[in-house]
Ligand binder design. Structure first.
Ligand SMILES: *[C@@H]1O[C@H](CO)[C@@H](O)[C@H](O)[C@H]1NC(C)=O
Ligand SMILES: *[C@@H]1O[C@H](CO)[C@@H](O)[C@H](O)[C@H]1NC(C)=O
Ligand SMILES: *[C@@H]1O[C@H](CO)[C@@H](O)[C@H](O)[C@H]1NC(C)=O
Length: 416
């Protein structure tokens, strides 16, 4: 008897759990097209109220590496405002590794490197806040950071309190020297420490995708790296896009897959390659974290980073990560990436990963649309409608390594 009632209790619990999960998922307005797997959408989200759309900002690492200092951070904050990038949403200014001195002080606190940050982080945070921006900092879920500064493992509460007392808004938390301790454990300790400060702090996990964080990190952080560090090359960028694509079903408001920061403007790729990088990152609902020297951008770099129409795809309130829906041609290098947007619209990127120009065709049904759907097609790089009435498919000539990006809006919904 006892055994039997135990089992029914387990069964009831399972049924209730499944029911609750189903209600949680269907409560969001999701696209009906079944080519996009949104079954895991938003169900794991960390409840700190942040990351309703992917985070946007700037980080010191990709361009400055360890050669960062308070002057660079101040001038970057100034430049984000004067260029207008801040107004477009790039608000988090994050100091990556090397802000800290090599040792903790006698009280066991981290101390800013006295040469690079002589005024301290609190003063810098005040400056960044005075510009209407937010400030991010970096630490590590291990004994040391990757550049051998003190890590936060076993110091989570002290370090989180210190960050909160400085007015920090964002923590990037790395994975070096981790003693082989389970990342779920290490990254959860800092989540709880941040929460206990009472200050709302964006929590960006940098676990390099080693233990498939998309499967567990949604309850721990607001974003989680799905891959190793990006390099400023075409091979690295395309490879990372493909890896990040596999985890699309797990992204949603509250928690995003992070294929690493942008290399746009750092010189290792062509204009067309950087445009592809930015288009695909936006479509994948990746965090848009600029990694170049914004004090000294070329007009081309600025044109890419400041494309409002592409940014609004990234920040669309539906928050569904677009995916690679079709690849054909030599080695599958003619690619169609697409995803649903709010108001029944669809974003599509025609990405030519071949080394020669080609005409790429996107069929409506590969993007989850009825082939009879009559849609307008807006080119997000030319900033114009290329068609007000298209059905079945759409083609465009795409240069080698380039991308063309469009929003398809069904005739009826555009007016709505
Ligand atoms: C701490 O966590 C609780 C429960 O998840 C949440 O409701 C609260 O908003 C969090 N507080 C902060 C400051 O993140
Ligand atoms: C600005 O960028 C250009 C390359 O685009 C570089 O040659 C130049 O040295 C940079 N200037 C400064 C002050 O960093
Ligand atoms: C598609 O919609 C446009 C705009 O509403 C309309 O002008 C056009 O006639 C429609 N085309 C078809 C084939 O229904």
């Amino acid at each position: 008897m006892a055994k039997k009632s135990n089992w029914s209790c387990v069964r009831l619990t399972v049924i209730l759990y499944v029911y609750a999960a189903t209600v949680a998922v269907t409560a969001r307005v999701l696209p009906s097209a079944d080519i996009y797997d949104t079954s895991k959408y938003g169900i794991l989200e960390l409840e700190n109220g942040l990351a309703q759309t992917p985070q946007m900002g700037w980080n010191s690492w990709n361009f400055f590496r360890c050669k960062t200092d308070e002057k660079v951070i101040r001038e970057t904050a100034d430049a984000l405002v004067t260029t207008g990038l801040a107004k477009l949403g790039y608000v988090y200014v994050t100091i990556d590794d090397c802000w800290s001195g090599l040792e903790r002080n006698s009280e066991g606190d981290m101390v800013p490197d006295s040469k690079a940050f002589p005024s301290g982080i609190k003063a810098l945070a005040d400056y960044v806040h005075s510009k209407g921006l937010k400030i991010g900092i970096y630490s590590d879920a291990g004994l040391y950071t990757c550049q051998l500064r003190p890590g936060s493992l076993k110091h989570e509460n002290d370090d989180a309190s210190l960050f909160a007392s400085w007015g920090i808004d964002y923590l990037k938390y790395d994975n070096c020297f981790n003693l082989g301790i389970d990342p779920k454990e290490r990254f959860s300790l800092m989540r709880d420490a941040l929460n206990a400060t009472g200050r709302t702090i964006f929590y960006s996990l940098c676990e390099w995708g080693l233990d498939d964080p998309a499967l567990w990190a949604g309850k721990i952080g607001n974003s989680w790296r799905t891959t190793d560090d990006i390099k400023d090359t075409w091979e690295s960028m395309t490879g990372i896009a493909d890896i990040n694509d596999k985890w699309a079903a797990y992204a949603g408001p509250g928690g995003w897959n992070d294929p690493d920061m942008l290399e746009v403007g750092n010189g290792g790729m062509t204009y067309q390659e950087y445009r592809s990088h930015f288009s695909i990152w936006a479509l994948m609902k990746a965090p848009l974290i600029i990694g170049c020297d914004v004090r000294n951008m070329t007009a081309e770099t600025y044109e890419i980073l400041a494309n409002e129409e592409v940014i609004s795809v990234n920040q669309d309130p539906l928050g569904v990560q677009g995916t690679k829906v079709h690849a054909y041609g030599p080695d599958g290098c003619y690619q169609i990436w697409a995803g649903p947007l709010s108001r029944k619209r669809t974003v599509t990127v025609l990405w030519n990963r071949c080394s020669k120009a080609a005409t790429i065709t996107a069929e409506w049904d590969t993007m989850g649309l009825e082939s009879s759907t009559n849609a307008s097609v807006r080119d997000l790089w030319k900033h114009e409608y290329v068609s007000l009435s298209s059905t079945k498919s759409f083609s465009a000539k795409v240069e080698a390594h380039a991308s063309e990006m469009y929003v398809l809006a069904p005739a009826a919904s555009e007016a709505a």
